[in-house]
Design a protein around this ligand. Structure first.
Ligand code: FAD
Length: 460
């Protein structure tokens, strides 16, 4: 096993942590690189015996501070456990080590005529283990679902260094699914070393297009009708007025116009029928086509967003906040949260809806702050997050859709009734009796929020 620290890695992709470490000489994370499952068992066993904290490290692409720890911690980089172990095209499964990056896995599957159907924007920089731990979702969730719909079985090392392997069957039999207990656990239930995932034959045909609807209310009503009546575009995105204007160019449409991007894929005739039905409904709702917007989206679908590429600019900070709303409250939630973001000092705020369910939808707010210096920007950042989380909780909106809880949402994490909290605590003890695995993660009430330093700069 290599014990060489990854000297460059001082943070994950949480904007506030990235900002914090800028020029602050932040020390590299203490990283070890297991080369085998036995290495993982041994390292975790040793750390557990000495009561020291350990956190699994995937691509470090999470944007909420899942890897942030206020106490010293050993990070187990999974990057050397990155092999595809088996591709079964008959039963449509792939077994892959947890450190495999999404892009590499997808290319290997494509060479066999198969796809995972899991295409997060971070495909090239995130790993299978990270997807499971954060309950990640890809942009084609309408057809392939989130990672919870893709995962069949895991092999994982628990907090005491013991190895577990969950049964592999087409559907869980005999009791609750233990594999699912690793989904969204943010590394607290074990270090996933490999997973068996569902795969699909590559689509025979793919179509996509973009449309402009008179208003966000019109676009959402149509999206709701699609999913509740059984029309499931592989990808469906609805943009609010502000983001639509930035996609279309200023002055191209009215203030309220809302862009919808739709994509279907699968068998030729099925795609034809589905797209035909969607197109009819769009025209009846008064939509006009703007195909260039869909083309541009596909061309840039894996690019890093501006709020991350601009993060080092003095006085600038930005972020994306994903929440999940009921259909009955989606419009109100959008308007209340967007207002809260603007009122707390954002220089720009956009939103889109991009993962749809029978009961509701995700809402993804992007905000930017331009302040006089980094400390002022960080203060506004915290104010905005606080306002969004409080507004969401007031409106019965789920505080997270797919980015996870991490450090940034921890102050608002609610774990239900005292008896439910006690039960989840006992479950966690069963997976990790000494509480060495990412001990701060998913622990309600532990507020770890980097603070602004007087005179500029921010430090945790
Ligand atoms: C530009 C950009 C776009 C993004 N787009 C999307 C998107 O479309 N959809 C989406 O869902 N997310 C998206 N994200 C967020 C991020 O990519 C996901 O949260 C991703 O799942 C994190 O994977 P990772 O390998 O980078 O994990 P890391 O960031 O390294 O770790 C995240 C958490 O997972 C745990 N973990 C990692 N590996 C393991 C393991 N083997 N066993 C147990 N726990 C483990 C860590 O301990 C940590 O708690 C995006 C991020 C960026 C920067």
């Amino acid at each position: 096993m290599s014990a060489a620290p990854l000297t460059a890695l001082a943070h994950d992709s949480w904007p506030l942590w990235v900002k914090t470490s800028a020029g602050a000489g932040e020390p590299a994370l203490n990283v070890v690189e297991p080369e085998s499952v036995e290495d993982v068992c041994r390292v975790l066993g040793e750390l557990a015996r000495s009561g020291r904290a350990a956190t699994a490290l995937g691509g470090a692409s999470n944007v909420v501070g899942c890897l942030y720890s206020s106490e010293p911690c050993t990070y187990l980089s999974m990057r050397k456990l990155n092999r595809v172990l088996a591709i079964d095209t008959d039963n449509c499964t792939v077994t892959v080590q947890a450190g495999a990056y999404g892009g590499e896995l997808e290319r290997e599957l494509n060479a066999h005529g198969m796809t995972l159907g899991h295409y997060p924007q971070s495909l090239e920089i995130s790993t299978v283990g990270g997807w499971i731990a954060t309950r990640a979702i890809g942009t084609f969730s309408g057809l392939y679902g989130g990672i919870e719909n893709t995962l069949l079985a895991v092999t994982a090392v628990l907090g005491d260094g013991s190895l577990v392997e969950t049964p592999l069957t087409p559907r869980t039999v005999g009791g609750p699914s233990v594999a699912m207990m690793f989904v969204g656990a943010e590394g607290t239930h074990g270090v996933v070393t490999s997973a068996t995932l569902r795969i699909y034959p590559c689509a025979e045909r793919h179509v996509h297009d973009a449309w402009i609807l008179p208003s966000l209310a019109d676009a959402l009503a149509l999206a709701q009708a699609f999913v509740q009546r059984g029309l499931h575009p592989a990808m469906l995105r609805v943009y609010d007025g502000a983001e639509s204007r930035s996609l279309l160019g200023a002055g191209a449409q009215g203030e309220d116009a809302s862009v919808m991007i739709v994509a279907f894929e699968g068998l030729d005739e099925v795609v034809d029928a589905q797209y035909g039905a969607a197109e009819r409904a769009l025209r009846e709702a008064g939509a006009s086509a703007c195909p260039q917007v869909a083309e541009a989206w596909f061309e840039r679908r894996y690019d890093a967003p501006a709020f991350l590429t601009r993060i080092r600019e003095p006085g600038f900070i930005g972020d994306a906040i994903d929440v999940v709303a009921w259909w009955s409250g989606a419009l109100d939630a959008h308007s209340a949260i967007a207002s809260a973001i603007r009122e707390h000092g954002a220089s720009a705020c956009y939103a889109h809806f991009s993962h749809f369910y029978h009961q509701g939808s995700s809402i993804y707010f992007i905000f930017e702050v331009q302040a006089d210096d980094d400390a002022a920007a960080a203060q506004r950042y915290r104010d905005i997050w606080r306002a969004v989380m409080q507004t969401a909780q007031r409106l019965d909106v789920g505080i997270a859709h797919h980015h996870g809880i991490g450090a940034v949402r921890r102050p608002w994490l609610q774990c239900g009734s005292p008896s439910l909290q006690a039960l989840t605590g006992r479950l966690r003890d069963a997976f990790d009796p000494r509480r060495v695995l990412a001990p701060e993660n998913l622990t309600p009430g532990v507020a770890v929020f980097p603070q602004a330093q007087p005179g500029g700069g921010v430090n945790p």
